[in-house]
Design a protein around this ligand. Sequence first.
Ligand SMILES: Cc1cc2nc3c(=O)[nH]c(=O)nc-3n(C[C@H](O)[C@H](O)[C@H](O)COP(=O)(O)O)c2cc1C
Length: 332
Amino acid sequence: MRRAEEVLPPDVFAYFAAGAGAERTLARQEQAWDDVLLRPRVLQDVSTTSPATQVLGQPVASPVLVAPTAAHRLAHPDGEVGVARAAKTAGSLLVLSMRASTRLEEVAAEAGPFWQQLYVLQDRGVTDEIARRAVDAGAKALVVTVDTPRVARKRAGFPAALPRTGIVEALDHRDVADPRLMQAADVGPRDLERLARAAGLPVVAKGVLTAEAARDCVAAGASAVIVSTHGGRQLDGVVPAPLALPEVADAVGADAEVYVDGGVRTGSHVLKALALGARAVLVGRPVIWALAADGSDGVRRLLDDLTSDVEESLALAGCPSCSDVGPDLVRR
Ligand SMILES: Cc1cc2nc3c(=O)[nH]c(=O)nc-3n(C[C@H](O)[C@H](O)[C@H](O)COP(=O)(O)O)c2cc1C
Protein backbone atom coordinates (compact mmCIF):
# COMPACT_ATOMS: atom_id res chain seq x y z
CA MET A 1 0.00 0.00 0.00
CA ARG A 2 2.84 2.38 0.83
CA ARG A 3 4.43 1.83 -2.60
CA ALA A 4 1.03 2.36 -4.29
CA GLU A 5 0.62 5.64 -2.44
CA GLU A 6 4.05 6.73 -3.71
CA VAL A 7 3.41 5.90 -7.34
CA LEU A 8 -0.26 6.84 -7.81
CA PRO A 9 -1.55 10.38 -8.30
CA PRO A 10 -3.10 11.47 -4.95
CA ASP A 11 -6.68 11.58 -6.28
CA VAL A 12 -6.38 8.08 -7.76
CA PHE A 13 -4.91 6.65 -4.55
CA ALA A 14 -7.67 8.32 -2.52
CA TYR A 15 -10.36 6.90 -4.84
CA PHE A 16 -9.11 3.34 -4.32
CA ALA A 17 -8.44 3.74 -0.59
CA ALA A 18 -11.61 5.55 0.46
CA GLY A 19 -14.51 4.19 2.46
CA ALA A 20 -18.01 5.61 2.82
CA GLY A 21 -19.30 7.93 5.53
CA ALA A 22 -16.99 8.38 8.50
CA GLU A 23 -15.06 5.27 7.34
CA ARG A 24 -15.79 3.39 10.57
CA THR A 25 -16.50 0.13 8.71
CA LEU A 26 -13.34 0.54 6.66
CA ALA A 27 -11.23 1.33 9.74
CA ARG A 28 -12.38 -1.78 11.60
CA GLN A 29 -12.48 -4.42 8.91
CA GLU A 30 -8.99 -5.90 9.37
CA GLN A 31 -9.24 -5.63 13.16
CA ALA A 32 -12.46 -7.64 13.02
CA TRP A 33 -10.55 -10.58 11.51
CA ASP A 34 -7.68 -10.12 13.99
CA ASP A 35 -10.20 -10.28 16.84
CA VAL A 36 -11.35 -13.79 15.86
CA LEU A 37 -9.21 -16.29 17.76
CA LEU A 38 -8.07 -19.66 16.42
CA ARG A 39 -8.12 -22.98 18.29
CA PRO A 40 -5.46 -25.01 16.47
CA ARG A 41 -5.56 -28.79 16.45
CA VAL A 42 -2.17 -30.23 17.33
CA LEU A 43 -1.00 -33.84 16.97
CA GLN A 44 -2.42 -34.12 13.44
CA ASP A 45 -0.48 -35.48 10.50
CA VAL A 46 0.06 -32.48 8.23
CA SER A 47 2.97 -33.86 6.21
CA THR A 48 0.85 -33.33 3.11
CA THR A 49 -1.29 -30.20 3.00
CA SER A 50 -3.06 -28.45 0.15
CA PRO A 51 -4.90 -25.13 0.05
CA ALA A 52 -6.68 -26.13 -3.20
CA THR A 53 -10.46 -26.07 -3.25
CA GLN A 54 -13.45 -25.59 -5.57
CA VAL A 55 -15.90 -22.72 -6.03
CA LEU A 56 -19.13 -23.59 -7.85
CA GLY A 57 -17.33 -26.69 -9.07
CA GLN A 58 -14.36 -24.72 -10.42
CA PRO A 59 -11.02 -25.99 -9.06
CA VAL A 60 -8.79 -23.20 -7.68
CA ALA A 61 -5.29 -23.35 -6.20
CA SER A 62 -6.42 -21.73 -2.98
CA PRO A 63 -9.55 -20.21 -1.46
CA VAL A 64 -8.31 -16.69 -2.30
CA LEU A 65 -10.18 -15.12 -5.24
CA VAL A 66 -9.83 -11.69 -6.84
CA ALA A 67 -12.68 -9.32 -5.86
CA PRO A 68 -14.28 -7.12 -8.50
CA THR A 69 -12.79 -3.63 -8.31
CA ALA A 70 -13.15 -0.79 -10.78
CA ALA A 71 -10.82 0.86 -13.25
CA HIS A 72 -7.56 -1.10 -12.95
CA ARG A 73 -5.92 0.91 -15.70
CA LEU A 74 -5.94 3.88 -13.36
CA ALA A 75 -3.61 1.85 -11.13
CA HIS A 76 -1.27 0.53 -13.83
CA PRO A 77 -1.20 0.21 -17.64
CA ASP A 78 -1.37 -3.60 -17.26
CA GLY A 79 -4.93 -3.00 -16.03
CA GLU A 80 -7.53 -5.75 -15.93
CA VAL A 81 -5.66 -7.85 -18.50
CA GLY A 82 -2.63 -7.89 -16.20
CA VAL A 83 -4.77 -8.89 -13.24
CA ALA A 84 -6.47 -11.60 -15.32
CA ARG A 85 -3.11 -13.07 -16.37
CA ALA A 86 -1.84 -13.00 -12.80
CA ALA A 87 -4.96 -14.72 -11.47
CA LYS A 88 -4.69 -17.38 -14.17
CA THR A 89 -1.00 -18.09 -13.46
CA ALA A 90 -1.66 -18.23 -9.73
CA GLY A 91 -4.55 -20.66 -10.24
CA SER A 92 -7.02 -18.20 -8.77
CA LEU A 93 -10.33 -16.92 -10.13
CA LEU A 94 -11.03 -13.36 -11.25
CA VAL A 95 -14.30 -11.61 -10.60
CA LEU A 96 -14.31 -8.94 -13.28
CA SER A 97 -15.94 -5.62 -12.36
CA MET A 98 -18.63 -4.14 -14.55
CA ARG A 99 -16.70 -0.92 -14.00
CA ALA A 100 -13.58 -2.37 -15.58
CA SER A 101 -11.50 -0.01 -17.67
CA THR A 102 -10.97 -2.69 -20.33
CA ARG A 103 -13.62 -4.36 -22.50
CA LEU A 104 -14.64 -7.65 -20.97
CA GLU A 105 -13.90 -9.58 -24.20
CA GLU A 106 -10.27 -8.38 -24.09
CA VAL A 107 -9.93 -9.50 -20.48
CA ALA A 108 -11.68 -12.81 -21.13
CA ALA A 109 -9.21 -13.60 -23.93
CA GLU A 110 -6.34 -13.58 -21.41
CA ALA A 111 -8.17 -14.85 -18.34
CA GLY A 112 -8.41 -18.25 -16.75
CA PRO A 113 -11.75 -18.97 -15.12
CA PHE A 114 -13.62 -15.72 -14.48
CA TRP A 115 -16.96 -14.54 -13.14
CA GLN A 116 -18.58 -11.32 -14.36
CA GLN A 117 -19.76 -8.79 -11.76
CA LEU A 118 -22.88 -6.81 -12.62
CA TYR A 119 -24.67 -3.85 -11.16
CA VAL A 120 -28.35 -3.70 -11.94
CA LEU A 121 -28.62 -0.36 -13.72
CA GLN A 122 -31.65 1.85 -14.13
CA ASP A 123 -31.61 0.75 -17.75
CA ARG A 124 -31.80 -2.98 -17.14
CA GLY A 125 -31.24 -3.57 -20.84
CA VAL A 126 -27.62 -2.46 -20.42
CA THR A 127 -27.08 -4.87 -17.51
CA ASP A 128 -28.62 -7.70 -19.52
CA GLU A 129 -26.47 -6.81 -22.51
CA ILE A 130 -23.29 -7.04 -20.44
CA ALA A 131 -24.50 -10.34 -18.97
CA ARG A 132 -24.99 -11.71 -22.49
CA ARG A 133 -21.57 -10.52 -23.59
CA ALA A 134 -20.02 -12.13 -20.50
CA VAL A 135 -21.76 -15.42 -21.25
CA ASP A 136 -20.49 -15.31 -24.84
CA ALA A 137 -16.97 -14.50 -23.60
CA GLY A 138 -16.95 -17.56 -21.35
CA ALA A 139 -17.79 -16.26 -17.87
CA LYS A 140 -18.58 -19.14 -15.52
CA ALA A 141 -20.97 -17.19 -13.25
CA LEU A 142 -22.59 -13.79 -12.83
CA VAL A 143 -21.91 -11.91 -9.60
CA VAL A 144 -24.75 -9.47 -8.96
CA THR A 145 -23.91 -6.78 -6.44
CA VAL A 146 -26.96 -6.24 -4.24
CA ASP A 147 -25.65 -3.68 -1.72
CA THR A 148 -25.59 -0.70 -4.07
CA PRO A 149 -29.05 0.76 -4.71
CA ARG A 150 -26.99 3.90 -5.06
CA VAL A 151 -23.28 4.64 -4.73
CA ALA A 152 -22.45 5.94 -1.25
CA ARG A 153 -20.72 9.29 -0.88
CA LYS A 154 -17.04 9.03 -0.08
CA ARG A 155 -14.37 11.44 1.07
CA ALA A 156 -12.72 10.98 -2.32
CA GLY A 157 -14.88 11.05 -5.40
CA PHE A 158 -13.98 9.84 -8.85
CA PRO A 159 -10.51 10.90 -9.92
CA ALA A 160 -10.29 13.29 -12.83
CA ALA A 161 -9.13 10.51 -15.15
CA LEU A 162 -12.29 8.43 -14.58
CA PRO A 163 -15.51 9.23 -16.41
CA ARG A 164 -18.04 10.63 -13.94
CA THR A 165 -20.46 7.77 -14.19
CA GLY A 166 -21.61 4.64 -12.46
CA ILE A 167 -20.06 2.39 -15.05
CA VAL A 168 -17.09 2.55 -17.36
CA GLU A 169 -16.74 -0.53 -19.48
CA ALA A 170 -20.34 -0.55 -20.65
CA LEU A 171 -20.23 2.98 -21.87
CA ASP A 172 -19.23 2.40 -25.46
CA HIS A 173 -20.97 5.01 -27.54
CA ARG A 174 -23.18 6.03 -24.64
CA ASP A 175 -23.67 9.34 -22.91
CA VAL A 176 -21.65 9.18 -19.69
CA ALA A 177 -24.03 11.56 -17.94
CA ASP A 178 -27.09 9.42 -18.68
CA PRO A 179 -28.79 8.61 -15.33
CA ARG A 180 -30.12 5.38 -16.79
CA LEU A 181 -26.55 4.08 -16.54
CA MET A 182 -26.54 4.55 -12.76
CA GLN A 183 -27.43 1.80 -10.28
CA ALA A 184 -31.13 0.96 -9.95
CA ALA A 185 -32.54 1.96 -6.56
CA ASP A 186 -35.15 -0.79 -6.94
CA VAL A 187 -32.70 -3.67 -7.45
CA GLY A 188 -34.54 -6.71 -6.10
CA PRO A 189 -34.84 -10.50 -6.02
CA ARG A 190 -36.55 -10.42 -9.42
CA ASP A 191 -33.33 -9.15 -10.96
CA LEU A 192 -31.48 -12.19 -9.63
CA GLU A 193 -34.19 -14.45 -11.02
CA ARG A 194 -34.18 -12.73 -14.41
CA LEU A 195 -30.41 -12.80 -14.78
CA ALA A 196 -30.13 -16.43 -13.68
CA ARG A 197 -32.81 -17.45 -16.18
CA ALA A 198 -31.49 -15.39 -19.06
CA ALA A 199 -27.84 -16.28 -18.67
CA GLY A 200 -28.16 -19.94 -17.82
CA LEU A 201 -25.19 -19.43 -15.49
CA PRO A 202 -25.02 -19.64 -11.70
CA VAL A 203 -25.74 -16.28 -10.05
CA VAL A 204 -23.79 -15.13 -7.00
CA ALA A 205 -25.28 -12.34 -4.85
CA LYS A 206 -22.59 -9.98 -3.51
CA GLY A 207 -23.07 -7.75 -0.49
CA VAL A 208 -25.16 -9.84 1.90
CA LEU A 209 -24.80 -9.22 5.65
CA THR A 210 -27.89 -10.84 7.18
CA ALA A 211 -29.66 -14.19 7.30
CA GLU A 212 -32.82 -12.60 5.86
CA ALA A 213 -31.06 -11.19 2.81
CA ALA A 214 -29.19 -14.45 2.27
CA ARG A 215 -32.46 -16.42 2.30
CA ASP A 216 -34.05 -13.96 -0.15
CA CYS A 217 -31.11 -14.35 -2.53
CA VAL A 218 -31.21 -18.14 -2.40
CA ALA A 219 -35.00 -18.14 -2.87
CA ALA A 220 -34.43 -15.99 -5.97
CA GLY A 221 -32.10 -18.62 -7.38
CA ALA A 222 -28.64 -17.52 -6.22
CA SER A 223 -26.15 -20.38 -6.14
CA ALA A 224 -23.85 -18.51 -3.77
CA VAL A 225 -23.71 -15.36 -1.67
CA ILE A 226 -20.78 -13.11 -0.81
CA VAL A 227 -20.77 -11.68 2.70
CA SER A 228 -19.37 -8.22 2.10
CA THR A 229 -19.41 -4.63 3.32
CA HIS A 230 -18.19 -3.60 -0.16
CA GLY A 231 -14.83 -2.90 1.47
CA GLY A 232 -16.47 -0.31 3.74
CA ARG A 233 -17.65 1.65 0.70
CA GLN A 234 -21.43 1.44 1.11
CA LEU A 235 -23.42 1.80 4.36
CA ASP A 236 -21.03 2.86 7.11
CA GLY A 237 -21.41 1.25 10.54
CA VAL A 238 -22.56 -2.18 9.36
CA VAL A 239 -21.66 -5.44 11.05
CA PRO A 240 -18.14 -6.49 10.00
CA ALA A 241 -17.86 -9.47 7.65
CA PRO A 242 -16.52 -12.01 10.20
CA LEU A 243 -19.43 -11.26 12.53
CA ALA A 244 -22.05 -11.47 9.75
CA LEU A 245 -20.59 -14.63 8.21
CA PRO A 246 -21.81 -17.33 10.68
CA GLU A 247 -25.39 -16.02 10.54
CA VAL A 248 -25.39 -16.09 6.74
CA ALA A 249 -23.72 -19.51 6.55
CA ASP A 250 -26.29 -20.95 8.98
CA ALA A 251 -29.17 -19.39 7.03
CA VAL A 252 -28.20 -20.84 3.64
CA GLY A 253 -26.92 -24.19 4.92
CA ALA A 254 -26.28 -26.55 2.03
CA ASP A 255 -28.48 -24.55 -0.39
CA ALA A 256 -25.71 -22.20 -1.55
CA GLU A 257 -21.99 -21.58 -1.24
CA VAL A 258 -20.83 -18.69 0.92
CA TYR A 259 -17.80 -16.48 0.30
CA VAL A 260 -16.59 -13.41 2.20
CA ASP A 261 -14.52 -10.29 1.63
CA GLY A 262 -13.44 -7.10 3.37
CA GLY A 263 -10.10 -6.73 5.13
CA VAL A 264 -8.90 -10.27 4.46
CA ARG A 265 -5.12 -9.91 4.40
CA THR A 266 -3.40 -13.05 5.74
CA GLY A 267 -3.53 -16.83 5.66
CA SER A 268 -4.75 -16.73 9.25
CA HIS A 269 -7.67 -14.47 8.20
CA VAL A 270 -8.53 -16.96 5.45
CA LEU A 271 -8.48 -19.85 7.91
CA LYS A 272 -10.85 -17.92 10.19
CA ALA A 273 -13.16 -17.24 7.23
CA LEU A 274 -13.32 -20.96 6.41
CA ALA A 275 -13.97 -21.84 10.05
CA LEU A 276 -16.81 -19.28 10.23
CA GLY A 277 -18.54 -20.87 7.24
CA ALA A 278 -17.01 -19.48 4.03
CA ARG A 279 -15.79 -21.64 1.18
CA ALA A 280 -13.52 -18.90 -0.17
CA VAL A 281 -12.50 -15.26 0.34
CA LEU A 282 -11.99 -12.39 -2.07
CA VAL A 283 -9.34 -9.67 -1.87
CA GLY A 284 -9.92 -6.18 -3.24
CA ARG A 285 -7.50 -3.40 -2.36
CA PRO A 286 -4.40 -5.62 -1.93
CA VAL A 287 -4.73 -6.50 -5.63
CA ILE A 288 -4.96 -2.82 -6.58
CA TRP A 289 -1.91 -1.92 -4.47
CA ALA A 290 0.11 -4.82 -5.92
CA LEU A 291 -0.94 -3.84 -9.46
CA ALA A 292 0.00 -0.20 -8.89
CA ALA A 293 3.38 -1.15 -7.43
CA ASP A 294 4.46 -3.78 -9.93
CA GLY A 295 1.82 -4.49 -12.57
CA SER A 296 0.73 -8.02 -13.38
CA ASP A 297 3.87 -9.53 -11.75
CA GLY A 298 3.03 -7.80 -8.49
CA VAL A 299 -0.47 -9.27 -8.49
CA ARG A 300 0.85 -12.75 -9.22
CA ARG A 301 3.32 -12.49 -6.32
CA LEU A 302 0.56 -11.28 -4.00
CA LEU A 303 -1.70 -14.22 -4.89
CA ASP A 304 1.15 -16.74 -4.65
CA ASP A 305 2.19 -15.34 -1.26
CA LEU A 306 -1.37 -15.53 0.05
CA THR A 307 -1.68 -19.12 -1.17
CA SER A 308 1.57 -20.08 0.64
CA ASP A 309 0.34 -18.30 3.72
CA VAL A 310 -2.96 -20.22 3.63
CA GLU A 311 -1.07 -23.49 3.18
CA GLU A 312 1.15 -22.74 6.19
CA SER A 313 -1.84 -21.71 8.32
CA LEU A 314 -3.67 -24.94 7.44
CA ALA A 315 -0.63 -27.00 8.47
CA LEU A 316 -0.12 -25.12 11.74
CA ALA A 317 -3.82 -25.47 12.56
CA GLY A 318 -3.70 -29.24 11.97
CA CYS A 319 -5.78 -29.21 8.78
CA PRO A 320 -4.41 -31.05 5.73
CA SER A 321 -6.99 -29.40 3.46
CA CYS A 322 -9.62 -26.65 3.43
CA SER A 323 -12.36 -29.22 3.95
CA ASP A 324 -10.76 -30.18 7.28
CA VAL A 325 -11.43 -26.69 8.64
CA GLY A 326 -14.52 -26.74 10.83
CA PRO A 327 -16.32 -24.41 13.23
CA ASP A 328 -14.33 -25.81 16.18
CA LEU A 329 -11.24 -24.05 14.81
CA VAL A 330 -12.37 -20.65 16.13
CA ARG A 331 -13.40 -19.54 19.60
CA ARG A 332 -17.02 -18.46 19.40
C1 LIG B 1 -11.67 0.88 -5.54
C2 LIG B 1 -12.72 -0.16 -5.35
C3 LIG B 1 -13.60 -0.42 -6.37
C4 LIG B 1 -14.59 -1.39 -6.21
N1 LIG B 1 -15.41 -1.66 -7.26
C5 LIG B 1 -16.35 -2.62 -7.12
C6 LIG B 1 -17.19 -2.96 -8.22
O1 LIG B 1 -17.07 -2.41 -9.31
N2 LIG B 1 -18.14 -3.90 -8.01
C7 LIG B 1 -18.30 -4.54 -6.81
O2 LIG B 1 -19.18 -5.39 -6.66
N3 LIG B 1 -17.48 -4.27 -5.76
C8 LIG B 1 -16.52 -3.33 -5.90
N4 LIG B 1 -15.68 -3.07 -4.85
C9 LIG B 1 -15.78 -3.88 -3.61
C10 LIG B 1 -14.88 -5.12 -3.70
O3 LIG B 1 -15.40 -6.05 -4.61
C11 LIG B 1 -14.74 -5.83 -2.35
O4 LIG B 1 -16.01 -6.07 -1.80
C12 LIG B 1 -13.89 -5.07 -1.34
O5 LIG B 1 -12.89 -4.32 -1.97
C13 LIG B 1 -13.26 -6.06 -0.37
O6 LIG B 1 -12.56 -5.40 0.63
P1 LIG B 1 -10.96 -5.19 0.62
O7 LIG B 1 -10.68 -4.12 -0.38
O8 LIG B 1 -10.70 -4.78 2.01
O9 LIG B 1 -10.30 -6.51 0.27
C14 LIG B 1 -14.69 -2.10 -4.99
C15 LIG B 1 -13.78 -1.84 -3.97
C16 LIG B 1 -12.79 -0.89 -4.13
C17 LIG B 1 -11.81 -0.67 -3.02
